[in-house]
Design a protein. Sequence first.
Length: 158
Amino acid sequence: MALVRLDVRFDALDAFVEEANHHVVVSITDADTIIALGSLHDRLQRPIGVWLELSEDYSAQMAARDVATLSWLIPLDTVVVSALTAEASAQVLEALLTNDEVNFSNGVATLVGAYNRPAPPTPVAVWSFDGTHLRRGDEVLREASSESSGVGDVTTYR
């Protein structure tokens, strides 16, 4: 399996849409990624993913809300969570992408009777990135190549 990350500048979104003929996980380098991708709701036809940088100011719980909303605007099938606590944050995000009541606790959150409805209309694969490795369950990917294109910087993980 390969995962391709594309770092795009906001002013290159039009070029990104025209070049979006293969699946990528997108990060907008100079604007809010969720808002920028949401603005493409009527232009994206193929599923894409979103790369989110979490912090003390942008928690996994807030990211789960944003991912669920974005999934109703564009065809979204993947999210990568990048953070110091990436794996635990990805677990929180994944737990909150259901219609079920969430009762969950780990090193970054304790959720009791939590809901994040509506859940995405199709399943969203949640990956964690610790700065070196992408992880999802037992699957681990490492950076295989990096290059620049007219649309942005492309990093492939295998």
